[in-house]
Design a protein around this ligand. Structure first.
Ligand code: ZN
Length: 328
């Protein structure tokens, strides 16, 4: 988690540096076209320094107030000249400032509330949320999922109450979940009953305080296979496996749609075994019940191990009914 945040901070610093460089380039070209502007800016900057040092001297009683007032009047005059010049050449005064994405914090991510204290700017809170979401790997259709936005009216009337209870239970589960608590959920139900959306809600409610990874196991197997054709230095099969093994919370969507090949089952068994041993939380959804998964895999050593491990990892088993296929 710490590494990830430092990655975000580096990203912010790089972006800020780039904007400053672009601004410097722009100012150079502007000065080349309008040397009078350059001269005025140099005078203004020189005068600024004099005013600062004279203000200090004034506080120490070394110079008179009159001398300071003289400098300030000169400053007003230079500023007026500059404003006239900008008007005359049709230069937008805003363009003389770096083009920060956020004016509130000049892209530093911090806003001063008084001389000594700064708080995170809204833009950096949003940015962090976005990057955490991105790291969770949610597909676009559930990227904005939220417990506060669930529309239970999309469920058929007979399933509404049960859906509400499940979402409320899982919301509470998220509020209480701690990393390494070994807690887990198994949610089964038909396609279109909102299981993926529920995982989206979990990811978005927790990705601020722990690392979360959303994975459809069938897609994960595809990315594992894709690593075989990669060159040195790129993400390896082991990198991908390590990530889903070690992430604080793993969300495994649609378990059972993958072909139960030995490759698929062996990898899954190792991932789930590992998380079980280290008490790492896991939430699994499937179109199959646990019993069905066990029955499906009865003749397979790995399959059976997975199903039994899941029944140990996932203390709570829930069934989500209904078919939304609508706007959720
Ligand atoms: Zn900001």
């Amino acid at each position: 988690m710490r590494d990830e945040l430092s990655h975000i901070r580096n990203y912010e610093a790089d972006r800020r540096q780039q904007i400053l460089m672009e601004h410097e380039k722009y100012m150079e070209s502007l000065y080349a076209r309008f040397p009078q502007l350059k001269k005025l800016d140099e005078q203004i900057n020189g005068l600024k320094k004099s005013i600062i040092s004279m203000t200090l001297a004034r506080l120490q009683g070394r110079v008179s107030g009159q001398e300071l007032t003289g400098l300030e009047q000169r400053m007003d005059q230079l500023r007026r000249e500059k404003a006239d010049l900008l008007k005359q050449f049709n230069i937008d005064p805003d363009s003389l400032q770096p083009r920060w994405n956020c004016r509130a914090c000049s892209d530093t991510g911090w806003v001063y509330i008084d001389d000594e204290h700064a708080v995170p700017c809204q833009c950096s809170i949003e940015e962090r949320r976005r990057l955490h979401q991105q790291a969770a790997g949610l597909p676009a259709r559930i990227a904005d999922a939220s417990f506060d936005k669930v529309n239970y009216n999309l469920y058929q009337p007979q399933y509404r109450e049960q859906a509400r209870r499940i979402f409320e239970y899982v919301k509470q589960f998220c509020q209480e979940l701690k990393p390494c608590s070994g807690q887990g959920l198994f949610i089964h139900g038909p396609t279109g009953s909102g299981k993926s959306y529920l995982l989206g809600c979990i990811a978005n409610s927790l990705s601020q305080r722990m690392t979360v990874k959303y994975v459809v196991y069938a897609d994960f197997l595809d990315s594992l296979r894709a690593t075989y054709s990669l060159r040195d230095g790129e993400v390896t099969e082991q990198d991908l496996i390590d990530e889903v093994r070690n992430v604080d919370l793993l969300l495994l969507d649609d378990l059972g749609v993958e072909k139960p090949t030995e490759f698929a089952l062996k990898n899954l068994a190792q991932i789930i075994d590992y998380r079980y041993r280290y008490c790492l939380p896991l939430v699994v959804t499937s179109n199959f019940t646990l019993e069905e998964l066990i029955r499906r895999s009865q003749n397979d050593l790995y399959g059976e191990r997975i199903a039994w491990r899941l029944s140990e990892c996932c203390s709570k088993i829930m069934e989500l009914k209904g078919n939304l296929r609508l706007n959720l």
